[in-house]
Design a protein around this ligand. Sequence first.
Ligand SMILES: [Fe+2]
Length: 342
Amino acid sequence: MDVSSCRAALRGHEAEEQILKDNPGRWVVLPIAYPQVWDMFKKHEACFWTAEEIDFAQDAGGLATLPDKAITSVKKLTLLNSASNGSVYGNLSVLSCRLLCDVTIPEARAFYGMQVAMENIHREAQTYLAETLMPDPTQREADIKELLCMPAVQGLGAYVKEHCSTDTPFAEKAAGCALMKRLFSAGTDVVAYVLKGRKLLPGLVQVQSLIGRDERAHSDFAALLYRMLTHKLPNDLVVCMAKDAVEKSVAAMDALVDYQSMGINRDELVGYHKWCADSVLESLSHGKAFMTPNPYTAMTQEMTSKCEGQEVQPSTGSRHIRVCLSGSDTHPKDYFSLNEDF
Ligand SMILES: [Fe+2]
């Protein structure tokens, strides 16, 4: 079956899917009908964090100690990540809203509401990091424009456009989202891990740790919903999507990162992408495609413990919280304040 007839067939079955069909009887969320879905929402809710909690005070100084090519690599990757939620992949908040509109069960809508909120926080935190490492706004804007024109970066956006557009069947959107969320942050996971090993850029390391944890939760959730579908994608199409995601993510890393100066082995980076792709394929209940061992077992063990809430503790950073906490007579009378008596 070719891709377009497969998409048409999946579309035709969506009205029968439990999580997609009209759901007029669920006026309230309780009692919970899908405990596994609700549980993932509650876990994601428990991991809520804000951009103001990250302390970037030592990052610019740490960056300056790296070799020139490594500095350029970190800056380019930071710019990519700061623009990724809004420009590179289309808008990830809009993609999450699209998924929220597709599903009809309130348990899943609660999760996607959380995902939308976190995507905005990722965007904000990545922007603070970019401001810290590249303080000149004119230069930053020019560099982002240049980055967005790079074919390897455009490849990432093309992937999201192909598999996660409004008219894509939900099964393909969910599988595409599960793969993209995991693989497109895999390269940054490795860079952050290398910097953490050298005790450099603690703000970047913490941001990536928190964002990576959220992205894995989003990937796992998309895979959970995919498994709940009766009508799924053909295996060869999902494997093709996984291989394409690996290729595109590695191509972007090749274009942005000087591996030698960063102390990264490219073969291990590629192997890590393939291992991540196999993990997602297994979560989607499709078989592994690469059978590659994980070259970064220590890193993924740390990530797993963070996913279980054992390690990541938001710290009180130096950044000023942009909410009026103290009250001020410079604010108008009806200004929202958190220290009033109610
Ligand atoms: Fe994100």
